[in-house]
Every structure is written in C-alpha cells, then in structure tokens.
Write a protein that binds this ligand. Structure first.
Ligand code: MN
Ligand code: MN
Length: 311
C-alpha cells in the first residue's frame, strides 16, 4: 500500500523560470536513466525477491519508494521552471507575455529552435512535464531491467545508479540557478547512497559470481583471445589471476591458428585452473539444492498470503 505525503522529500525551489533547462531536466523524469525508470526497476525486482530474500524485498521497496519521491521533486522542479507558461497560453490577447517572449510565428519557431525548448511544453502539456526524455521520446517499460535472479538484478541496479549519478553531474553544468543546483546535488548524492546500498546487498548473497547456478566450462573461463592486430596490450583482464574464479588467464596470441588446431576448441585441455569437469558438476548440484530450497522453503503449500498484519 502506498501513502502520499504532501510535502516533498527535499525542499525544491527555483529562482526564475527557465524553459530551456526544464527541457534538459526531462531526461531525469521520463528518460532511460531517470527517476521513473529507477522506481519501476526496483519495484519490479521486488516481487521475485520477496520469497527467498524478504530483507532485500524491503530494501528494493524502500528505494523504489524513494525514487518516486525523486520523480515528484523532478516534476515539481520542471513545473516551476515553466512557471507562467500555462497561464500565458490561456491569454490570447496582444498583452500575452508569451507574445513578448516568443513574438510572431517566425520568431516563435526560431526561439524554440535556438533555445532547445521542448515544443511539447507549449502545445501538449500547457507548460508542465511530460513523460518523455529531453528529446520527447516517450518513457518505455523496456528501460526496466528485472531478471528474477537477485545477483543479476543488483548488478543492474549498481549500473543504473551510476548512470543516474553521471546524468545529474552533467545536468549540473547547464544551470546557474542556486536553488536548482541544490536540488540536483541532493538527487545526485542519493544515487551515490543507493549505489552503495546495492553493493552491500549483493555482497550478502554468497556466492554471487558467476550469477545464477550453472558454473562455466573450465576449458573456456580463463581464455583471452587476442583479436586485434598491433602490439600486445596487457592488464589484469588478460594476465595474472581472474577476479571471481581466481584462475590464471591464458593468453591466446594467435586465435585463428588456435581455433583450427583445436578443431573449434573441441580439443582444448583445461589449464591455469584447479576447476575440473567433476568439480564444476558438483558445484552445480550443490548450488541448485541451496538456491531452489531457499525459494521452495519460503513458498507455502497451503493458502498463500503476501503480508502478515501485526498490531
Ligand atoms: Mn533517484
Ligand atoms: Mn537511486
């Protein structure tokens, strides 16, 4: 159940109208890294998380609810940045400020072009936000990544928060309004906070790499294919020990010959790892039991209910 509190989470203020910045800010309203995407992503992920991980359900729903509170702040800020447009649109007389503002027909077209104002503010929403990105592309459910495997979902969330953070950082360079700067600073900082919450939550699920249950084939998990010409570039991604599995990277200098020699990798022998076919199968079986019993133990045989009501 949701409950609306009339006050905003952060005291959003605007010094003066700025329809140009309102257009840019739409990116965080209905864009692919915006607040509605974040809200819907955590909300959708929460359903599958509830049974095996009630603590993560709580976390996801708390952050989803904070994100819709951010959506409210962004929408309110856009509305204030467009302050007066709706009233002026209703004024057809020569005294209309929009007339002064945008002038006659040719001047109006030029104004919209020059200042990058979203024309939809004038013709569709009457000077309010619309659920689009800054280019007018409508919000889409396909922005939402929800997988049913919490380790995959939490990794998507860490990536989503880092993208949201950088969009705010970029937006901050296009406004000089001290009040708007304060609000964007708050919104940006909360994404930094969320990112760490998701990192910590991922860490509590062990093992979490590779994601899911099925372990990779030890013949291929530590191969690096040199698939470009020029001089060899090395780093911890192709030499030394791999991050999650702790295997030694095997650098394939000449992949074309190697693929031929091994008959399309069929004859490749395991090397640089202690993992074997047997150990991998054993891990598959153990992890299958653990993960499926986590879910099945949480599911009741009898009548189901989602909530316990405590007095
Ligand atoms: Mn947010
Ligand atoms: Mn966030």
């Amino acid at each position: 159940m949701f409950y609306h509190v009339k006050e905003l989470q952060f005291n959003a203020r605007v010094s003066r109208p700025d329809p140009r910045f309102a257009t840019l800010l739409l990116e965080q309203f209905g864009g692919p890294n915006g607040e509605l995407k974040a809200c819907m992503q955590y909300f959708m992920q929460a359903f599958a998380a509830k049974m095996p991980y009630p603590d993560k359900y709580d976390l996801l729903m708390d952050i989803a609810t904070e994100e819709i509170s951010h959506l409210e702040i962004v929408g309110a800020t856009i509305q204030m940045l467009l302050n007066g447009i709706n009233g002026e649109l209703k004024n057809f007389s020569e005294t209309s400020r929009i007339h002064d503002f945008v002038g006659k027909k040719e001047a109006k077209d030029e104004f919209i072009q020059k200042t990058m104002i979203n024309p939809q503010f004038f013709i569709l929403t009457g000077g309010g936000p619309r659920l689009t990105d800054s280019q007018g592309v409508p919000w889409a459910g396909s922005y939402v990544n929800s997988n049913g495997d919490l380790t995959v979902d939490l990794r998507s969330d860490i990536a989503a928060e880092s993208r949201a953070k950088i969009v705010y950082e970029n937006l901050l360079q296009f406004t000089e309004d001290p009040h708007v700067i304060e609000t964007l600073g708050f919104l940006m900082t909360r994404e930094i906070a969320h990112m760490q919450m998701f990192e910590a939550a991922l860490d509590t699920i062990q093992p979490n790499a590779p994601p899911g249950i099925h372990q990779g084939d030890p013949r291929f998990s530590n191969l690096y294919f040199n698939l470009s010409n020029g001089h060899k570039v090395t780093g911890p991604w192709n030499e030394g020990i791999s991050t999650d599995l702790g295997e030694t990277w095997q650098y394939v200098e000449d992949p074309e010959s190697y693929i031929r020699e091994t008959h399309g990798l069929e004859d490749r022998e395991i090397s640089g790892t202690t993992r074997t076919k047997e150990s991998t199968r054993e891990k598959d079986e153990n992890l299958s039991k653990i993960r499926s019993s986590e879910v099945l133990n949480a599911v009741r045989d009898s009548e189901m209910h989602w909530s316990d009501y405590l007095i």
